[in-house]
Design a protein around this ligand. Structure first.
Ligand code: PMV
Length: 332
């Protein structure tokens, strides 16, 4: 028996971020988050359940490199997700997984979000499961890469959270063509992350500022939903920056603390302040790393991108518009 399916999933950038996990087994977050899918950063994954295989086989082709077998923790996380699908579908066949990223893994872009969204959709389809978007989002969240559940719906996405497994899933609040806002990734650091987001999700409550952050987030969620609805870049930018700073304050004051930013991060932040004084609307956000995501309008993207690339600290940039969510690729 051989059953196969291929899926493509975008990475996403959160405007209001997920930071802290309340239930690690189910990846239930403390707070809701809102993101935009990224059209220049996606993963394509083929899953084949094959009864002649003795063991699962996982090969990942990182951008610009040949595909290579995966071992260790990344392999175990993929197998655990295949197991969730197998249990639901009532099948036992092992699988071959082949996955390719179209963006550099060292750019500080959530490759796990795109990767686990594509894996989940391809595996569920190959196993014959008929899941709606909500159930796919829940199953993707359970992979442990929580932000991956936001790569399932289209465009601008709200990860809802009522503290339960059934009530923690992502929905689209607007399609990709609703607003041509741009996220330019300014790469200032290509080193491997020393402290992963998973490490920090478990220690947020050790920061005295986490309780403050949790009080602020619902207001930011509302403001972000309004900014998306009204195409209000200025309002979105203010919320985005405040939320990113709040996340990093929590990381910097947790026990043990993590300092993700480097001098390149701050060079971009200060440049954005200068450019805003000159009338150019461009705003920052950062995930669990030093690289800066710069949010601006489609009309300004060439100017902002050129200015970013002229900064000595910026190694390269990736320009993203909004993207549709994860989808199956027709085999024909
Ligand atoms: O989904 P994870 O475990 O990779 O955590 C994502 C954490 C951030 O990227 C920093 C925030 C977010 O909401 O994407």
């Amino acid at each position: 028996m051989k059953q196969t399916a291929t899926a493509v999933a975008p990475s996403n950038i959160a405007f209001v971020k997920y930071w802290g996990v309340r239930d690690a087994a189910l990846t239930l977050p403390y707070n809701e988050s809102i993101s935009m899918n990224l059209d220049a950063c996606s993963t394509t994954t083929t899953v084949t359940f094959d009864s002649s295989l003795d063991t699962d086989e996982v090969a990942i082709q990182w951008y610009g490199q040949p595909a290579r077998p995966t071992a260790g923790r990344p392999f175990e996380r993929v197998v655990a997700q295949l197991d969730r699908v197998r249990i639901r579908a009532g099948i036992e066949a092992r699988a071959s997984v082949v996955s390719a990223n179209n963006f550099p893994a060292d750019a500080g872009i959530a490759s796990s979000a795109a990767g686990f969204a594509a894996l989940t959709i391809a595996a569920a389809s190959a196993a014959g499961l008929q899941l709606n978007e909500r159930d796919l989002s829940i199953l993707t969240r359970q992979s442990g890469s929580g932000s991956a559940c936001r790569s399932i719906p289209d465009g601008f996405v709200h990860w809802l959270n009522d503290g339960t497994d059934a009530g923690s899933y992502a929905v689209s609040v607007a399609p990709a063509d609703h607003w041509s806002v741009v996220d330019i990734v300014a790469v200032v650091d290509t080193s491997i992350k020393r402290v992963t987001s998973a490490d920090n999700h478990g220690r947020v409550t050790s920061s005295p500022y986490f309780a403050v952050r949790l009080q602020e987030v619902p207001g930011r969620i509302e403001q972000t939903l309004h900014a998306i609805r009204d195409h209000d870049l200025g309002a979105l930018g203010v919320v985005c920056e405040a939320d990113a700073v709040s996340l990093h304050v929590v990381a910097m004051t947790a026990i043990p603390p993590t300092f993700y930013w480097n001098s390149g991060t701050m060079a971009v932040v200060h440049a954005l302040h200068r450019w805003r004084d000159q009338g150019l609307m461009a705003y920052f956000t950062m995930d669990a790393g030093a690289n800066v995501h710069v949010i601006c309008s489609d009309a300004d993207k060439t100017e902002v991108d050129q200015r970013l690339r002229e900064l000595p600290e910026v190694q390269w940039t990736i320009v993203n518009g909004p993207a549709r969510g994860a989808y199956l690729v027709d085999p024909t």
